[in-house]
Design a protein around this ligand. Sequence first.
Ligand code: NAD
Length: 423
Amino acid sequence: MALDLSAVQASENVWKMAQRQLDDVAGLIGLNDSIHGYLREPKRVLEVSVPVRMDSGKFHMFKGYRVQHNMSRGPAKGGIRFHPDVTLDEVKALAMWMTWKCALVNIPFGGAKGGVICDPKSMSEQELENLTRRFTSEISVIIGPEKDIPAPDVYTTPQIMAWIMDTFSMQKGYSIPGVVTGKPLAVGGSLGRDKATARGCLYVTGEAMQTLGIPVYGARVAIQGFGNAGMYAAELMAEAGYKIVAVSDSRGGVANPKGLDIAGVVAHKKETGSVVGFTGGERIDNHDLLEYDCEVLVPAALEKVIARENAPRIRAKIVAEAANGPTLPEADKILHERGIMVLPDILANAGGVTVSYFEWVQDLQENFWEEDEINQRLRQKMTRAFKETYEQSQRHGIDMRRGAYAVAVSRVAEATRLRGLYP
Ligand code: NAD
């Protein structure tokens, strides 16, 4: 029977969860107490009120945040989320995870994240543009190509990135494409960025399959979330020979143990706005999807969906966290004890920020690369990060999340130590 996790999830504070994940690895890597204390807190938190002219002619006040967790290794980097459930604690957690993610794939960025409390699905295109432009203007005091570079996240799109780039550029008086990544190609975007999160997830899942000796061809995959991360993961994994047996979005899911026709599901989603109602499978809900019989489970929607209550019933052998923070710490422990390999978010979805880094480099150099070169460089970064993570997990007898944290936190701690304390 499906389990209602809303009460459990609501009681878990995602920022405390992020801090606990850091604490968990501090002893293991011998993290200096002072640096541990430093890394437990965000460097900078900006809360802004965003007045927006709505189609009715009235102003509506929105609340938004930009959090910079750490900049020891370079400018801060992280997406902007538009969602009704955004909270400051959530943005702080997401910013901290960005710090570890950039360090794990070894790109010269720190971590940041932004969010606006809004319901983009109920807003017109004009209202979204007004909101994006005013929010950009409000946070422009702390963003910039050398300071902090936003990108897309839940319910923010390449078009929204173009508006951010334009607003920032208009304020400065010249075009500054490097202020934001995930832009359309016509305004300095990178080939391969749209599918990069999913492609990175495909690469590390492939490494995990090989490590565990599971053949890729015909391996069953269930994917929760059918947006940038989830939909492209479904397409790329189907192309690579996996069998996608279940997918879902915010309205529910569809499943077929014989495999779903992904091109058909994508067309249905484009036409109706949801995967629900696709006739090539039977309807399931989001909780059932997580427990669906498969080799690979890809949570690609929101946080805290795998908890103590449903972890014992997860049937996958690999959980590839395309979403940020889908697994609660208690659930991590259960999955590890059950021999399920969790590819943690900071590894499994790091493809997005990696190609964002490539986009930023191309923008600064005003020199654009071919897609093959981008995918090849992405594969190198993802494979190396997987191997380093796996090596740590084997050496210390720990799960892959702690392995990834051991690599990432050590790098950030080293940079922090070398730079010393100012003044
Ligand atoms: P998106 O807006 O493109 O898609 C989100 C998807 O999740 C949609 O299909 C939506 O219907 C679904 N969804 C929303 N609420 C849901 C619910 N309660 N249950 C099931 N599905 C639900 O967003 P995205 O960019 O694909 O982001 C998804 C996750 O991936 C987030 O955790 C995000 O932080 C993470 N991520 C995204 C990127 C990126 O480059 N876009 C990079 C790294 C991590």
